[in-house]
Design a protein around this ligand. Structure first.
Ligand SMILES: Nc1ncnc2c1ncn2[C@@H]1O[C@H](COP(=O)(O)OP(=O)(O)OP(=O)(O)O)[C@@H](O)[C@H]1O
Ligand SMILES: [Mg+2]
Length: 434
């Protein structure tokens, strides 16, 4: 196949710890093959949000350039994610009379419009309106009502809102890199697409993505999303605690966590000893490895208790029968499953993206759950004809994209009205806001 005919999708995860860009080729069976990965430690982000535009742009550039180099393609637009404590979510419902007794995608659009007609604070904008279930006349629990006959159509939806300025900062950074943003997806939603099974969603599950700056939650029951939340505490706090408690620089504390950290003290042999580098001129010390675990354990336990409280307050603690799925970089700490099962008193598994294509040894890592989910989202929304996310390698125009270029990348055909409805809201907002 010549490079011109390749059908490419691009995802960019701007995390607090790392920025990762992935370029993939869509295969005829609708799967995809990753052809380029760019990964760079983040600068300019705090707790999932951009706090320094120039540093963030620089990091995005590095990640994109590396992915382009490896793939041999120049990127023009990306599907990216958003998280942070500015994210809010709630459930809503809507109802309309069906126009011609047989339900069409137009009726779906109309009923979703009524469901999203709720007042939200002025500094917030709707990011997603996700249908949970439809009701036609008296029959409820319907997932796809198109083609059904009825007089009255009702919908229950999950609405996710986010700060306008937080989203604008992400888009600004990406555009300053000479790229368009095709979609902006809530990060836990993306991660859930990459790691959860259909059975888990049906039976009830809580996805908990523990990254560097944020812990992102997404709950699914009866196949639909019910609750989302972002807690601004994650692996960075564990590292900070280690730095404070063991009086060592943050970079050394991170290294100690990655090399010797475990979440349960009992997992460490009592005679195991590690060396702690001193701050400044101070000499290094030797301490028991259990001491390191004694710093990590209460912090991670506290985080799990916060998640548990969030699930209880949202009313879903008893409905997630298949338990908790942990992902994100911090889930790699040994002992996470055991500690989580003690706190949640539910089955827990550590998940990585479900993917078996090219570069799977790199891609299948809990740190890449969000970016793989963004690729899945990009693939879902990709038009079969009009969208070309990347072109054969040539120098990118670093100027601001034109309005026409933005709309070319944000207008896509979708295969059914439901999906179109969800994501069109996002695009409408995009076009109005930026
Ligand atoms: N092998 C490992 N063992 C323990 N912790 C790890 C390991 N690898 C990464 N981490 C921790 O995971 C965190 C980074 O995770 P991840 O890459 O998922 O974060 P991110 O997506 O950049 O951040 P966020 O999603 O919070 O904005 C860091 O705190 C890092 O110390
Ligand atoms: Mg992340």
């Amino acid at each position: 196949m010549s490079e011109h005919t390749k059908d490419l999708i691009v995802a960019l995860d701007i995390g607090t710890s790392k920025v990762v860009a992935m370029i993939a080729e869509v295969l005829p069976n609708n799967q995809f093959n990753v052809v380029g990965i760019g990964h760079h430690p983040s600068r300019g982000l705090k707790k999932g949000m951009v706090v320094n535009i120039e540093d963030t742009i620089q990091t995005i550039q590095y990640a994109i350039e590396e992915a382009e180099l490896r793939a041999g393609f120049s990127i023009r637009s990306v599907c990216t994610g958003i998280a942070g404590s500015h994210i809010h979510s709630f459930n809503s419902s809507g109802m309309v009379a069906v126009r011609d007794t047989e339900i069409t995608s137009v009726d779906i659009e109309r009923v979703l419009e009524t469901a999203r007609a709720v007042s939200i604070p002025a500094d917030q904008q709707v990011l997603h309106v996700i249908p949970q279930q439809y009701k036609v006349n008296e029959q409820d629990g319907i997932r796809d009502p198109i083609g059904m006959t009825g007089m009255r159509l009702e919908v229950k939806v999950h609405i996710i809102t986010g700060s306008v300025s937080a989203a604008q900062n992400i888009v600004k950074c990406i555009r300053r890199c000479g790229l368009d943003v095709s979609d902006l997806v809530l990060q836990p939603l993306a991660s859930s697409m990459a790691v959860l099974t259909e059975d888990e969603r049906d039976i009830g599950v809580a996805l908990v993505d523990i990254g560097g700056g944020t812990t992102d939650i997404a709950i699914f029951v009866d196949g639909a999303i019910r609750h989302t939340a972002v807690i601004p505490i994650a692996g960075d706090q564990v590292t900070n605690d280690i730095a404070m408690a063991l009086r060592t620089p943050t970079a050394e504390a991170e290294e100690l966590k990655l090399r010797f950290g475990v979440t349960k003290q009992v997992m460490v042999p009592p005679d195991s000893v590690i060396e702690i580098p001193g701050v400044g001129d101070r000499v290094s010390r030797r301490v028991k490895r259990q001491l390191l675990a004694s710093v990590i354990e209460p912090r991670v336990e506290e985080l799990f208790v916060l998640v548990q409280r969030n699930l209880e307050e949202a009313g879903f603690s008893d409905l997630i029968a298949s338990g908790i799925v942990l992902t994100g970089g911090t889930s790699l700490l040994p002992g996470m499953t055991e500690l989580a099962e003690e706190v949640f008193m539910k089955p827990v598994r550590i998940a990585q993206p479900v993917y078996d294509g090219n570069l799977s040894d790199i891609v299948c890592n809990p740190r890449y759950s969000t970016v793989v989910g963004l690729l899945i989202q990009a693939r879902k929304l990709k038009s079969t004809t009009n969208s070309e996310a990347a072109s054969p390698k040539k120098r990118r125009n670093m100027g601001a994209p034109t309005e026409a270029a933005v709309s070319q990348h944000t207008e896509r055909k979708t295969h059914d009205g439901t999906e179109k409805s969800i994501f069109n809201k996002m695009k409408e907002w995009f076009m109005k806001t930026f």
